[in-house]
Structures are given as structure tokens and as C-alpha cells.
Design a protein around this ligand. Structure first.
Ligand code: ADP
Length: 198
């Protein structure tokens, strides 16, 4: 197993910040894990997982979007896989919240990242669309994608992730491996599937 994320004693104080946003955080995430980072708003979750891009990396992002016919085929295939192939040529403003979130997931996956970082992916969605997005993340995870989910929602974290890291006041206060998380979520998907077939 290789380590995809390694933080060692990380401390972060924002300019003008009274207390540190992070206070000595150490964390290792292995390839293939579905890990949730959970904690109340302001606890330091986003700061902890900020994918810091250099100036050069920022400049290079659009270059990765350069459209080639193979990139377009891969994009359409991804949208198909995520169940929104039929809206591929529409503008996001004409899509539902759930469909927009699927587009965001497809955009995150097109360059085959080693790590998919999902920061409150269901935050703006109603329960049903949120569940669909989470089931999609489970499916992507089953195909081998490593996922780091950031959420304030304990129910969401424990239902979908196999490992839940709890953050409070810029510190990791708990790191739990849930043996049954994936099986439970798989059951939920299976039950729903049976319901729709009826
Ligand atoms: P979470 O993602 O858990 O809501 P954040 O990592 O966004 O928490 O924030 C942790 C702390 O750092 C909070 O107190 C927040 O106000 C502060 N903070 C976050 N971003 C900034 C910033 N750009 N400048 C100053 N303070 C910030």
C-alpha cells in the first residue's frame, strides 16, 4: 500500500488569526481508502486538506482542459457513467443541483487523479440528490478511486466512509476505522435498486 497523503505536525495560523487554524496535525492516507474528515464548521477541515497549487500549477490547469477528440470521448463516457450523458451539451445553469454536482465529479475524475478530494459535496443539495452523489462516490471508490470526503455531517461520514477522522479546534481528536461502513452503504444501494425495479 502506498501513502497518498502525509501530513506531519502541520500548524497553520492565518494572517490576523488569533488561534491557529491547525495545531500540529499529523495524518497519513493510504491508496484505496475512503476516508472522511469530520468536524464542525471552522474546525480546520478545509485548511487541512487544501491542495496547495503553485503559481505554475494554476497556470497549467487550463492547459489540461485543451479539447482533443480523445478527451471529448472520455468526457462523454464519464458523463454516461455518471448517469448524465443526455445533458452533456447543456449549460450548467440548465441542470439540476444534483446534475451539476455530477458534472463537478466528472471534471474531477477526467485526469484520473490519484486522490479525489470532495469538500462538502452534498452541502447545497436536497437529501435525495445528496444521497445520489454519495452513492456515486461509493461506486467510484469501488472501482479503485481513493477518496477524501470533508464534511460537518457525522451521519454522512459514518454511513459512507470506512475511516472517519474527527477534527476539533485544528486538531485531530479521533481516527476511527469502521469495518461495516462499506457493506452498509452497499446494502442501501442494493435496496434502492430493488425498489426502482418494482
Ligand atoms: P472548516 O473547513 O472545518 O469549516 P476552515 O479550515 O475553513 O474550517 O477554517 C479553520 C479556521 O481558520 C476558522 O477559524 C476560519 O475562520 C479560519 N480561516 C479559514 N480560512 C481563512 C483565511 N483565508 N483567512 C483567515 N482565517 C481563515
Amino acid at each position: 500500500m502506498s501513502e497518498l497523503v502525509q501530513l506531519s505536525e502541520i500548524t497553520k495560523v492565518y494572517q490576523g488569526g488569533v488561534t491557529g487554524a491547525l495545531n500540529g496535525v499529523s495524518l497519513t492516507v493510504e491508496e484505496g481508502e475512503f476516508t472522511a474528515v469530520m468536524g464542525p464548521s471552522g474546525s480546520g477541515k478545509s485548511t487541512m486538506l487544501n491542495p496547495n497549487l503553485t503559481a505554475l500549477e494554476n497556470v497549467l490547469i487550463p492547459a489540461q482542459l485543451k479539447s482533443t477528440s480523445s478527451a471529448e470521448a472520455r468526457g462523454r463516457e464519464l458523463l454516461d457513467e455518471l448517469g448524465i450523458g443526455e445533458v452533456a451539451d447543456r449549460y450548467p445553469a440548465r441542470l439540476s443541483g444534483g446534475q451539476q454536482q455530477r458534472v463537478a465529479i466528472a471534471r474531477a475524475l477526467i485526469n484520473q487523479p490519484t486522490l479525489l478530494l470532495a469538500d462538502e459535496p452534498t452541502g447545497a443539495l436536497d437529501t435525495r440528490s445528496g444521497d445520489q452523489v454519495m452513492e456515486l462516490l461509493m461506486e467510484v471508490h469501488r472501482r479503485g478511486q481513493t477518496i477524501l470526503l470533508v464534511t460537518h455531517d457525522a451521519k454522512l461520514a459514518t454511513r459512507y466512509a470506512a475511516r472517519v477522522i474527527s477534527v476539533l479546534d485544528g486538531k485531530i481528536v479521533d481516527d476511527a476505522r469502521l469495518e461495516t461502513a462499506e457493506r452498509a452503504a452497499t446494502d442501501v444501494i442494493r435496496v434502492r435498486g430493488e425498489e426502482t425495479r418494482r
